[in-house]
Every structure is written in C-alpha cells, then in structure tokens.
Design a protein around this ligand. Structure first.
Ligand SMILES: N[C@@H](CCC(=O)N[C@@H](CSS)C(=O)NCC(=O)O)C(=O)O
Length: 303
C-alpha cells in the first residue's frame, strides 16, 4: 500500500523567525485571552479528553491521552489534530513494553502517527521509539541534538514541531540529563488552552528529576525550571514523564507554590539534590545505551 508522503521539512520549523500566519493575525494576540468577556471554563475546554479553544466555540482539535507504564511509572502522551484530514498524531516518551497498547489506541482512534518523540535519554526503561519505527513505516523518531543520540529528527530549543495546525515548542531544560527538553503546546487562539508542558524528568509533580548521573547538574535543573517552565502562564498544565505517588497532572502555578524542592533558593535546592541518596535505576546499564539509538538496540548491534 502506498502511504502518503509527508514533508518533514515543513512539519519541523526550525527557529521560526516570524510567527505562522494564524499567529500573526491581530485577533490571535495573547491579550485576547485576557480580554475575553467570557472567560474559559474547564468544562468548555475538556470534553472526553478533547480540548477546544479558550472561548469554547472552536471545533475540537486536539485529542489527548495520558497513558501509564506501571513498571517504570512512566507516562506516555498521545496528541493528535483530529480536525486535520490526515489526523496526524505523535507520541511523547513511549515505552517499549507498552508499544502494542499505544499503537492499538492510535489505530482505534483512526490516527496517523508521524512522530515518536523522547524528552531525553531515559535511564530506567527502554524507549518505544525504535519499535514504533519498525512497526509503523514513515514514523520519525525525535530527540534533542544535545542528547548526542541517534534519531531521525534532532531538535533544538526554539524548534516548533507541527502536528496539523497544532504545534509544540521545544524548550531546552537540561539538568536531569544534558539533553532534556520540554515540549510546550503553542500559544495562540487556535492552540489548546490552557497550554500543556510535557516536562519529561525535569519537573515532576511536587518533585524533579535526579541530577546525579548522565551529565546531570542540580544548578542547571534549577535554572531550567525557573527560566523555561516557571515563566509559562500559571495555568499551563504540567505533564511529567513519571509519577511515583499517583499524581497525573499539575499546573505551573501549583508547582511554583508547592513543589518542595523548586520553591527553595538555589543553594537549598542543591543541598536537597545532593542528599536524595536514590539507588541507581535498575535498568540503567541496558536502557542508556539502547536509548542513545532511540531504542533500536538490536539493529545497532547487528550493524
Ligand atoms: N526506582 C526506579 C528509578 C527511580 C528514579 O530514579 N527515578 C528518576 C527518574 S527515572 S531515571 C528520578 O529522577 N527520580 C527523582 C525522584 O525524586 O524520585 C528504577 O529503578 O527504575
């Protein structure tokens, strides 16, 4: 069967100097969100996992699912633009063990998976991006250039990853690892509201990623969170790559108030991080080399 060809140069807009047409219209200025006489209510934005725009009058566009892998307590996220004829979709931080489940959901929802993305080189599980590439022809694996890993698309801060008419901004948030990034949904009237930040292991709910291996640095993580995440609107939803306590989602405002590590000054934060005394992840020696090639461990060994 012939699959439609997708021009990935059009989908990945590097260091966009001027906003795309839909953002340049005066009606899409962020101040319109504030000046709306009818403020958005949660009910108007979230219906059965489908988000609409801030006024609740736009056709639903984003299909969003949070999926859990219980052995590593990892969250995988599925996003799709269902208003686009192709229904393009992407997965953030898929896990090898749950690829079948994730792909079957993609199929059930009639989506066309185009990207399998990582927020960073994981140390506790093997990414599903390699398996997904094998199972779904045409899917591109994505990871940051700063991770020094192999993938089809090596992204950098400022890149925009387009998904139909939705897009994700890339923010560099090193600290847990050198190459950690946070993907943030776009800013604009036709983008999901509130914005959503996929923080990987940089910012966890009431916690943060450890900084004691893989080029980690507590001072870098502190700066990353404060400059790249805590500067987002306070109602931005925070979706981490892990949760060990049963939380599913937080907001920037909530973490700015209640995160027990990141509400402290930098020196106190560093001391907290130096004294975590966490055992190394059980799979670190297998997971890191595999994830440096986006999980294509068998192929890399054979090559
Ligand atoms: N026990 C797990 C690993 C737990 C762990 O170290 N989690 C990491 C993220 S995965 S590398 C982390 O940063 N934790 C921060 C924290 O405060 O818990 C295993 O053996 O896999």
């Amino acid at each position: 069967m012939l699959l439609p060809r997708i021009n990935h140069r059009l989908l990945l807009l590097r260091h966009l100097s001027s906003p795309p047409p839909f953002l340049s219209s005066p009606s899409s200025s962020p101040s319109r969100f504030l000046s709306s006489s009818k403020p958005p209510s949660p009910a108007s934005n979230l219906r059965s996992g489908v988000m609409t725009g801030p006024m609740g009058v736009q056709p639903p566009k984003l299909v969003f699912r949070q999926l859990f892998e219980k052995e590593s307590s990892t969250y995988t996220y599925l996003l799709a633009d269902v208003a686009h004829p192709d229904k393009p979709a992407l997965l953030i931080d898929p896990v090898d063990r749950t690829v079948d489940r994730d792909l079957s959901l993609v199929k059930d929802l009639g989506l066309k998976l185009i990207y399998a993305m990582n927020t960073h080189v994981h140390a506790d599980h093997i990414t599903g991006t390699g398996l997904i590439k094998d199972m779904v022809p045409g899917v591109k694996s994505v990871i940051s250039k700063a991770s020094h890993s192999k993938a089809d698309l090596l992204i950098e801060a400022g890149d925009k990853i387009c998904l139909g008419s939705l897009f994700l901004e890339v923010r560099a948030t090193p600290g847990h690892t050198l190459g950690c990034v946070t993907y943030v949904t776009g800013d604009g009237l036709d983008q999901p509201y509130p914005r959503m930040a996929f923080t990987g292991d940089t910012l966890l709910i009431r916690g943060c990623g450890r900084t004691d291996f893989q080029g980690g640095s507590s001072s870098q993580l502190y700066q990353s969170v404060h400059s790249q995440i805590f500067t987002l609107p306070k109602d931005t939803l925070v979706y981490p790559a892990h949760d060990y306590k049963g939380f599913t989602v937080s907001t920037v405002g909530e973490e700015m108030l209640y995160n027990p590590r990141l509400t402290k000054d930098e020196e106190t934060f560093k001391s907290i991080m130096e004294n975590l005394n966490l055992p190394y992840p059980k799979m670190i020696d297998v997971a890191v080399p595999a994830n440096m090639v986006c999980g294509l461990q068998d192929r890399a060994a054979k090559a």
